[in-house]
Design a protein around this ligand. Structure first.
Ligand code: FES
Length: 163
């Protein structure tokens, strides 16, 4: 038997394996190993890089934390959350001109960098800002906590209705 030297032991019996089978098995192992290593790399990859929205989600508490008239600034997130009679909404504090953080005034937002002014709901009163401050998506988790998604804007005037 010429295949004796290339044989393999299966259940105690030596079986021959052809060169084609050998390379087929080697290729399959190689592919499986590559996929395994790729999966390990994927798992070790930072989640925010894979799902950029996740990094921009943040909890703001429960609806009960926001009685009508409440306004809370999340400085680190550059977002203000406001509650009025119609609902609750979040406005980005990042100026739409060149990205400076606007400051809250009595009834408007002012940009300290180039002087843009926005009204109380973020519409441009004076430039150079080209557009309104974005309103951000607010939603509620099953446990009742509210979340702002700073990566998703909604049309100005879209409020989360507090029930
Ligand atoms: S960055 Fe706000 S006006 Fe320029």
């Amino acid at each position: 038997m010429s295949s004796f030297q290339r044989g393999q032991c299966i259940q105690g019996k030596w079986e021959s394996i052809s060169r084609r089978d050998f390379f087929g098995v080697a290729a399959a192992w190689s592919a499986a190993t590559s996929m395994g290593l790729a999966l390990i790399g994927l798992v070790k990859f930072p989640i925010p890089a894979l799902f950029p929205d996740i990094a921009r989600l943040f909890k703001i508490g429960k609806p009960g934390d926001y009685p009508v008239g409440t306004e809370k600034i999340f400085e680190e997130k550059k977002v203000v959350v406001i509650r009025d009679q119609e609902g609750l909404y979040a406005i980005s504090l990042t100026c739409t001109h060149l990205g400076c953080v606007v400051s809250r005034q009595a009834n408007r937002f002012d940009c300290p960098c180039h002087g843009s002014k926005f009204d109380s709901i973020g519409r441009v009163l004076s430039g150079p800002a080209p557009k309104a401050l974005p309103w951000l998506k607010v939603f509620q988790l099953p446990d009742g906590k509210l979340v702002v998604n700073a990566a998703r804007s909604v049309p100005t005037g879209t409020k989360f209705v507090v029930t």
